[in-house]
Write a protein that binds this ligand. Structure first.
Ligand code: NAD
Length: 261
Protein backbone atom coordinates (compact mmCIF):
# COMPACT_ATOMS: atom_id res chain seq x y z
CA UNK A 1 0.00 0.00 0.00
CA UNK A 2 2.46 2.62 -1.20
CA UNK A 3 -0.14 5.34 -1.81
CA UNK A 4 -2.05 5.33 1.50
CA UNK A 5 -3.36 8.83 2.37
CA UNK A 6 -2.74 10.05 -1.18
CA UNK A 7 -5.53 11.32 -3.41
CA UNK A 8 -5.52 10.38 -7.08
CA UNK A 9 -7.63 12.32 -9.56
CA UNK A 10 -8.08 10.56 -12.88
CA UNK A 11 -9.93 12.30 -15.71
CA UNK A 12 -11.92 10.10 -18.08
CA UNK A 13 -12.01 7.22 -15.60
CA UNK A 14 -15.48 5.77 -16.10
CA UNK A 15 -14.12 3.45 -18.79
CA UNK A 16 -11.04 1.94 -20.38
CA UNK A 17 -7.55 2.99 -19.33
CA UNK A 18 -8.70 5.63 -16.82
CA UNK A 19 -10.85 3.21 -14.85
CA UNK A 20 -8.01 0.68 -14.72
CA UNK A 21 -5.60 3.40 -13.52
CA UNK A 22 -8.03 4.60 -10.83
CA UNK A 23 -8.55 1.02 -9.64
CA UNK A 24 -4.80 0.42 -9.55
CA UNK A 25 -4.21 3.52 -7.42
CA UNK A 26 -7.03 2.45 -5.10
CA UNK A 27 -5.33 -0.94 -4.88
CA UNK A 28 -2.29 0.91 -3.51
CA UNK A 29 -4.44 2.63 -0.86
CA UNK A 30 -5.16 5.98 -2.54
CA UNK A 31 -8.55 7.67 -2.38
CA UNK A 32 -9.73 8.32 -5.91
CA UNK A 33 -11.74 10.87 -7.82
CA UNK A 34 -13.41 9.37 -10.85
CA UNK A 35 -14.53 11.51 -13.77
CA UNK A 36 -16.25 10.91 -17.06
CA UNK A 37 -19.55 10.08 -18.64
CA UNK A 38 -21.67 6.97 -18.81
CA UNK A 39 -24.80 5.34 -17.46
CA UNK A 40 -25.35 6.46 -13.83
CA UNK A 41 -25.76 2.86 -12.66
CA UNK A 42 -22.48 1.77 -14.31
CA UNK A 43 -20.60 4.71 -12.80
CA UNK A 44 -22.06 4.06 -9.34
CA UNK A 45 -21.14 0.41 -9.57
CA UNK A 46 -17.53 1.28 -10.56
CA UNK A 47 -17.32 3.82 -7.72
CA UNK A 48 -18.82 1.65 -4.98
CA UNK A 49 -16.86 -1.36 -6.26
CA UNK A 50 -13.60 0.56 -5.73
CA UNK A 51 -14.62 1.44 -2.16
CA UNK A 52 -15.64 -2.06 -1.20
CA UNK A 53 -12.82 -3.86 -2.98
CA UNK A 54 -9.96 -1.67 -1.83
CA UNK A 55 -11.23 -0.05 1.42
CA UNK A 56 -10.62 3.51 0.16
CA UNK A 57 -12.95 6.42 -0.56
CA UNK A 58 -14.03 7.12 -4.12
CA UNK A 59 -16.13 9.94 -5.52
CA UNK A 60 -17.25 10.68 -9.07
CA UNK A 61 -17.53 14.05 -10.78
CA UNK A 62 -19.25 14.43 -14.16
CA UNK A 63 -17.23 17.60 -14.95
CA UNK A 64 -16.79 18.12 -18.68
CA UNK A 65 -13.07 18.29 -19.39
CA UNK A 66 -13.67 20.45 -22.45
CA UNK A 67 -14.97 23.25 -20.18
CA UNK A 68 -12.30 25.22 -18.28
CA UNK A 69 -14.72 26.49 -15.61
CA UNK A 70 -15.91 22.94 -14.86
CA UNK A 71 -12.29 21.77 -14.63
CA UNK A 72 -11.44 24.37 -11.97
CA UNK A 73 -14.51 23.27 -9.96
CA UNK A 74 -13.53 19.61 -10.40
CA UNK A 75 -10.05 20.10 -8.92
CA UNK A 76 -11.50 22.24 -6.12
CA UNK A 77 -14.05 19.49 -5.32
CA UNK A 78 -11.25 16.92 -5.04
CA UNK A 79 -9.24 19.19 -2.72
CA UNK A 80 -12.28 19.99 -0.56
CA UNK A 81 -13.30 16.33 -0.29
CA UNK A 82 -9.91 14.76 0.41
CA UNK A 83 -7.69 17.70 1.41
CA UNK A 84 -5.29 17.38 -1.52
CA UNK A 85 -4.71 16.32 -5.09
CA UNK A 86 -1.46 14.36 -4.94
CA UNK A 87 -1.68 12.41 -8.17
CA UNK A 88 -3.28 13.90 -11.26
CA UNK A 89 -3.82 11.74 -14.31
CA UNK A 90 -4.95 13.57 -17.41
CA UNK A 91 -6.49 10.74 -19.32
CA UNK A 92 -9.82 11.87 -20.80
CA UNK A 93 -9.55 11.75 -24.55
CA UNK A 94 -11.41 11.10 -27.73
CA UNK A 95 -10.68 10.27 -31.33
CA UNK A 96 -12.15 11.34 -34.66
CA UNK A 97 -11.09 9.81 -37.97
CA UNK A 98 -11.44 11.80 -41.20
CA UNK A 99 -9.34 13.30 -44.00
CA UNK A 100 -8.35 16.89 -43.17
CA UNK A 101 -10.45 18.38 -45.96
CA UNK A 102 -13.61 16.79 -44.51
CA UNK A 103 -12.61 17.14 -40.84
CA UNK A 104 -15.42 19.09 -39.11
CA UNK A 105 -13.91 22.20 -37.47
CA UNK A 106 -16.01 21.63 -34.34
CA UNK A 107 -14.44 18.16 -33.96
CA UNK A 108 -10.97 19.69 -34.29
CA UNK A 109 -11.78 22.20 -31.54
CA UNK A 110 -13.31 19.52 -29.31
CA UNK A 111 -10.36 17.14 -29.60
CA UNK A 112 -7.85 19.91 -28.93
CA UNK A 113 -9.91 21.02 -25.91
CA UNK A 114 -10.24 17.52 -24.45
CA UNK A 115 -6.94 15.84 -25.39
CA UNK A 116 -4.68 18.87 -24.85
CA UNK A 117 -6.15 21.98 -23.20
CA UNK A 118 -7.85 20.06 -20.37
CA UNK A 119 -4.39 19.04 -19.08
CA UNK A 120 -3.33 22.68 -18.99
CA UNK A 121 -6.42 23.62 -16.95
CA UNK A 122 -6.18 20.70 -14.48
CA UNK A 123 -2.45 21.31 -13.93
CA UNK A 124 -3.05 25.04 -13.52
CA UNK A 125 -5.54 24.24 -10.75
CA UNK A 126 -3.66 21.37 -9.04
CA UNK A 127 -0.03 22.54 -9.11
CA UNK A 128 -0.35 25.25 -6.40
CA UNK A 129 -1.45 22.66 -3.79
CA UNK A 130 1.23 20.20 -4.90
CA UNK A 131 3.88 22.92 -4.57
CA UNK A 132 2.63 23.80 -1.08
CA UNK A 133 2.94 20.17 0.02
CA UNK A 134 6.21 19.61 -1.87
CA UNK A 135 4.97 16.44 -3.54
CA UNK A 136 3.01 15.63 -6.66
CA UNK A 137 2.74 13.26 -9.57
CA UNK A 138 1.22 14.31 -12.87
CA UNK A 139 0.76 11.62 -15.48
CA UNK A 140 -0.66 12.45 -18.86
CA UNK A 141 -2.02 9.73 -21.11
CA UNK A 142 -0.53 10.62 -24.48
CA UNK A 143 -0.28 7.95 -27.20
CA UNK A 144 2.04 6.40 -29.76
CA UNK A 145 0.45 9.19 -31.79
CA UNK A 146 2.47 11.65 -29.68
CA UNK A 147 5.57 10.24 -31.40
CA UNK A 148 4.40 9.23 -34.87
CA UNK A 149 1.39 10.08 -37.03
CA UNK A 150 -1.27 8.13 -38.87
CA UNK A 151 -3.37 9.55 -41.68
CA UNK A 152 -6.92 10.77 -40.95
CA UNK A 153 -6.18 11.47 -37.26
CA UNK A 154 -4.90 15.05 -37.60
CA UNK A 155 -6.51 16.54 -34.49
CA UNK A 156 -5.60 13.59 -32.28
CA UNK A 157 -1.98 13.49 -33.47
CA UNK A 158 -1.63 17.27 -33.06
CA UNK A 159 -3.16 17.21 -29.57
CA UNK A 160 -1.03 14.28 -28.36
CA UNK A 161 2.20 15.79 -29.73
CA UNK A 162 1.16 19.02 -27.98
CA UNK A 163 0.47 17.19 -24.73
CA UNK A 164 4.05 15.93 -24.64
CA UNK A 165 5.38 19.48 -25.14
CA UNK A 166 3.09 20.80 -22.42
CA UNK A 167 4.23 18.04 -20.06
CA UNK A 168 7.91 18.80 -20.66
CA UNK A 169 7.39 22.51 -19.97
CA UNK A 170 5.43 21.72 -16.79
CA UNK A 171 8.09 19.21 -15.66
CA UNK A 172 10.79 21.88 -15.89
CA UNK A 173 8.67 24.43 -14.03
CA UNK A 174 8.00 22.18 -11.03
CA UNK A 175 11.21 20.15 -10.98
CA UNK A 176 12.47 21.54 -7.67
CA UNK A 177 9.13 21.10 -5.88
CA UNK A 178 9.00 17.30 -5.57
CA UNK A 179 6.57 17.13 -8.48
CA UNK A 180 7.11 15.02 -11.57
CA UNK A 181 5.26 15.31 -14.88
CA UNK A 182 5.38 12.48 -17.38
CA UNK A 183 3.47 11.04 -20.30
CA UNK A 184 2.54 7.43 -20.90
CA UNK A 185 2.21 6.68 -24.60
CA UNK A 186 0.32 3.47 -25.23
CA UNK A 187 -0.02 1.83 -28.59
CA UNK A 188 -3.37 0.24 -29.30
CA UNK A 189 -5.17 -0.75 -26.11
CA UNK A 190 -8.44 -2.64 -26.50
CA UNK A 191 -10.95 -0.16 -25.02
CA UNK A 192 -14.25 1.41 -26.15
CA UNK A 193 -12.22 4.23 -27.76
CA UNK A 194 -10.48 1.82 -30.13
CA UNK A 195 -13.55 -0.29 -30.75
CA UNK A 196 -15.67 2.74 -31.66
CA UNK A 197 -13.24 4.09 -34.27
CA UNK A 198 -13.34 0.87 -36.29
CA UNK A 199 -16.49 1.76 -38.30
CA UNK A 200 -15.07 5.16 -39.35
CA UNK A 201 -11.73 3.62 -40.26
CA UNK A 202 -13.59 0.99 -42.30
CA UNK A 203 -15.30 3.83 -44.16
CA UNK A 204 -12.20 6.02 -44.56
CA UNK A 205 -10.05 3.14 -45.84
CA UNK A 206 -12.71 0.98 -47.51
CA UNK A 207 -11.89 -2.05 -45.32
CA UNK A 208 -13.72 -4.76 -43.41
CA UNK A 209 -13.57 -4.88 -39.60
CA UNK A 210 -11.07 -7.77 -39.69
CA UNK A 211 -8.87 -5.81 -42.12
CA UNK A 212 -8.92 -2.73 -39.87
CA UNK A 213 -7.84 -4.84 -36.88
CA UNK A 214 -5.07 -6.72 -38.66
CA UNK A 215 -3.94 -4.24 -41.34
CA UNK A 216 -4.35 -0.91 -39.48
CA UNK A 217 -4.38 -1.47 -35.73
CA UNK A 218 -2.12 -4.44 -35.06
CA UNK A 219 -0.09 -3.80 -38.20
CA UNK A 220 1.62 -0.99 -36.32
CA UNK A 221 2.52 -3.19 -33.37
CA UNK A 222 5.41 -5.60 -33.92
CA UNK A 223 4.25 -7.78 -31.01
CA UNK A 224 0.89 -8.22 -32.84
CA UNK A 225 -0.88 -7.92 -29.51
CA UNK A 226 -3.00 -5.17 -27.96
CA UNK A 227 -1.61 -3.44 -24.86
CA UNK A 228 -3.84 -4.13 -21.84
CA UNK A 229 -5.37 -1.48 -19.59
CA UNK A 230 -3.77 -3.18 -16.59
CA UNK A 231 -0.30 -2.86 -18.11
CA UNK A 232 -0.82 0.89 -18.57
CA UNK A 233 -2.16 1.12 -15.00
CA UNK A 234 0.93 -0.68 -13.63
CA UNK A 235 3.18 1.93 -15.27
CA UNK A 236 1.01 4.72 -13.83
CA UNK A 237 1.44 3.19 -10.36
CA UNK A 238 5.21 2.99 -10.84
CA UNK A 239 5.40 6.63 -11.97
CA UNK A 240 3.58 7.64 -8.77
CA UNK A 241 6.07 5.75 -6.58
CA UNK A 242 9.14 7.14 -4.84
CA UNK A 243 11.30 4.93 -7.08
CA UNK A 244 10.20 7.14 -9.99
CA UNK A 245 11.03 10.48 -8.36
CA UNK A 246 13.82 11.16 -10.87
CA UNK A 247 11.71 10.36 -13.91
CA UNK A 248 10.27 13.65 -15.11
CA UNK A 249 9.60 15.24 -18.46
CA UNK A 250 9.65 11.76 -19.98
CA UNK A 251 7.34 10.25 -22.55
CA UNK A 252 7.19 6.52 -21.86
CA UNK A 253 6.09 4.38 -24.77
CA UNK A 254 4.17 1.16 -24.11
CA UNK A 255 3.35 0.22 -27.65
CA UNK A 256 4.59 -3.30 -28.45
CA UNK A 257 7.52 -1.79 -30.37
CA UNK A 258 5.40 0.42 -32.68
CA UNK A 259 7.51 3.57 -32.35
CA UNK A 260 10.82 1.66 -32.51
CA UNK A 261 10.24 1.20 -36.24
P1 NAD B 1 -12.41 5.34 -23.42
O1 NAD B 1 -13.30 5.86 -24.51
O2 NAD B 1 -12.60 3.93 -22.94
O3 NAD B 1 -12.48 6.30 -22.18
C1 NAD B 1 -12.52 7.69 -22.32
C2 NAD B 1 -12.95 8.29 -21.01
O4 NAD B 1 -13.00 9.71 -21.17
C3 NAD B 1 -14.36 7.85 -20.57
O5 NAD B 1 -14.37 7.73 -19.17
C4 NAD B 1 -15.22 9.02 -21.03
O6 NAD B 1 -16.44 9.15 -20.31
C5 NAD B 1 -14.28 10.16 -20.73
N1 NAD B 1 -14.62 11.39 -21.42
C6 NAD B 1 -14.93 11.57 -22.73
N2 NAD B 1 -15.21 12.86 -22.97
C7 NAD B 1 -15.05 13.51 -21.78
C8 NAD B 1 -15.20 14.85 -21.37
N3 NAD B 1 -15.57 15.81 -22.23
N4 NAD B 1 -14.98 15.15 -20.08
C9 NAD B 1 -14.64 14.20 -19.18
N5 NAD B 1 -14.47 12.90 -19.52
C10 NAD B 1 -14.69 12.57 -20.80
O7 NAD B 1 -10.95 5.58 -23.95
P2 NAD B 1 -9.53 4.93 -23.58
O8 NAD B 1 -9.11 4.11 -24.72
O9 NAD B 1 -9.50 4.37 -22.23
O10 NAD B 1 -8.65 6.25 -23.66
C11 NAD B 1 -8.17 6.94 -22.54
C12 NAD B 1 -7.00 7.79 -22.96
O11 NAD B 1 -5.98 6.94 -23.49
C13 NAD B 1 -7.32 8.82 -24.05
O12 NAD B 1 -6.63 10.01 -23.78
C14 NAD B 1 -6.76 8.17 -25.29
O13 NAD B 1 -6.41 9.11 -26.27
C15 NAD B 1 -5.56 7.45 -24.73
N6 NAD B 1 -5.06 6.35 -25.55
C16 NAD B 1 -5.85 5.28 -25.83
C17 NAD B 1 -5.33 4.28 -26.61
C18 NAD B 1 -6.13 3.07 -26.96
O14 NAD B 1 -5.69 2.31 -27.82
N7 NAD B 1 -7.27 2.82 -26.33
C19 NAD B 1 -4.03 4.35 -27.12
C20 NAD B 1 -3.27 5.47 -26.81
C21 NAD B 1 -3.79 6.47 -26.02
Amino acid sequence: MTLKNRTAVVTGSTSGIGLAVARAYAGQGANVVLNGFGKPEDIESARSGIESEFGVKAIHSPADMTKPEEIAGFVALAEETFGSVDILVNNAGMQFVSPIEDFPPEKWELILALNLSSAFYTMRAAIPGMKQRGWGRIINTASAHSLVASPFKSAYVAAKHGLVGLSKAAALEVATHGITVNCISPGYVWTPLVESQIPDTMKARGMTEEQVISEVLLKAQPTKEFVTVDQVAALAVFLASDAASQITGANMAMDGGWTAQ
